[in-house]
Design a protein around this ligand. Sequence first.
Ligand SMILES: Nc1ncnc2c1ncn2[C@@H]1O[C@H](COP(=O)(O)OP(=O)(O)OP(=O)(O)O)[C@@H](O)[C@H]1O
Ligand SMILES: [Mg+2]
Length: 579
Amino acid sequence: MKSLFGKVVLRISVFFIVITAVSIAASILYLNGSYNRRVQSELLNEARVLESLYDSESAASRYAAALHEISGIRTTVIDRRGVVLLDTEADAAALGNHLDRPEIQQALRSGTGVNVRHSATLNRELMYAAVYSARHDVFIRTALPLEGVSLIASGIWLPLAVMLAVSFLLCLAAALIVSRSVVAPVIQLKKDTRSIAEGRYDEVIPLKTGDEIEELSRSLGAMASDLKKSIDDIKEKNTRLQAVFRAVPGGILAVDKTGRVIMANPAASAMFSIKGDPEGRHLIEVVKYPEIEAVISEAFLRGGLVEKDVHIQKGMEGVSLKVFAVPVSSEGADYGVILLAQDITNLKKLENIRSEFAANVSHELKTPLTIISGFVDTLKDPNIGGADAARFLDIISLETERLSRLIGDLLLLSELENTAPAPEAPIDIREAVLEAAGLFEKSAKEKGVDMRIDAGEEALYVAAGKDRIKQLVINLVDNAVKYTPAGGSVTVEVSKDDSRAKISVSDTGVGIPPENIPRLFERFYRVDKSRSRALGGTGLGLAIAKHIASLFGGHITVRSAPGKGSRFDVYLPAADAAM
Ligand SMILES: Nc1ncnc2c1ncn2[C@@H]1O[C@H](COP(=O)(O)OP(=O)(O)OP(=O)(O)O)[C@@H](O)[C@H]1O
Ligand SMILES: [Mg+2]
């Protein structure tokens, strides 16, 4: 691309050269014309002088000879019929008839005649002037070669060339200065527009040229500041929108109509294990779960909201998601689809637990009822002996007791689930523990299990309901005694752990395999169903214990090794006695 500066200089120079050439040509033409007129009047004058001298032929021919000698003017005298009488350059007798010469014809008509032509005789451009002398009835003709003109002109060439060169240089300098002063602001404008295009709005410098360029510069400045404001505005809105997108707990994924990802918020990236920046990449490349693609495709096809629960294979157990996919369009043009996803894995789990719970409850209720009704039917038989009847009644009573315990536990659980934590008066936790653990001393001894209770020396207060704490300890100690064979030991301790009260129930019993520990506190969960049932358990004890602990702001931890024993630690926030 040519620079504006170069262009301006070039144009001014060409313009100057053309003007100069035209004016030189005009002045040459003018000079030529005025020289010709001068030669013409001189030739006519000389012819008239000769005419006046013609009375004396000798005087005239002397004058003609002198004229030829001094001025190089050729004189010819021609009579009325065109016969050459005298010529100062050629032999008159050798010359042909001259009547047809244009200047002679003119002089014949109007007294004088002038003509410029090439003379074959002299091989030169000549000017001829003729005067008709009525007195002597002859034509007196004078002629002069016109090469004098070019000679004069050639004398002009040198100063003309010098003048031309000097004025060209001056003009070039002027062109440079003028161009610079005109072009510099334009160059600055160019820089300014580039600054605007590249977002450097503060670098736009207002020009003070006092002309249209200044106006242009001012508009450019105004445009830059408007643009900056709009862009800042958009940036801020974008930042806010981004913040919202980032903060939304659900996954948001936008896909354009060609299937490329427009945006994904961090929640979506985490949910769909998206690595790197997904923007601009194809959905298939970014999200590896076909279920998600299927929902998006369906939304595209249907052109309306698609709502689905999907399960994607992520991690060990997979993740359950509720997804909504909705096509986005404006003024009839489709932009793409927005997908919203909510992790409902826990909700699903809860649902499963609930339905499992219902099934478990039915089953646990049905078993003792079946046994009871069976034995009642048997007892109706009149042939049943007294000893058998007593045994059957014992079984019925045992199962009834189990049934009532089960129902009691279920009621307790539902009560615990439905009670909101409420402030309780502080109790000395040792009392509750001693009372609860004390209940097992006898049965432990009978079973051959050594039982130790260490409640410490100092009172330890906890804001909790005493009966509930007792229930919690009963459930833990019951398990410890139940799952510890004869010869083993059970230890119950109360201690202070920082700002917490700690109740520990440990045993040297059968222990729990590690894989069962995470599910231990679920309702009806038992490690060994048949053994637990044989021991009268329904799997609700630990669920109740966990609920009680959390009701008072605490929690339970388990450490256990199969064959070595288990340890359950209950942590509860300690309270001041004065409360
Ligand atoms: N101290 C322990 N040692 C070994 N296993 C235990 C111990 N405590 C609990 N378990 C295991 O955890 C399971 C759940 O205990 P949980 O107290 O909830 O139910 P349960 O004792 O079987 O019945 P319930 O307490 O309702 O009478 C038990 O079935 C048992 O397998
Ligand atoms: Mg139990």
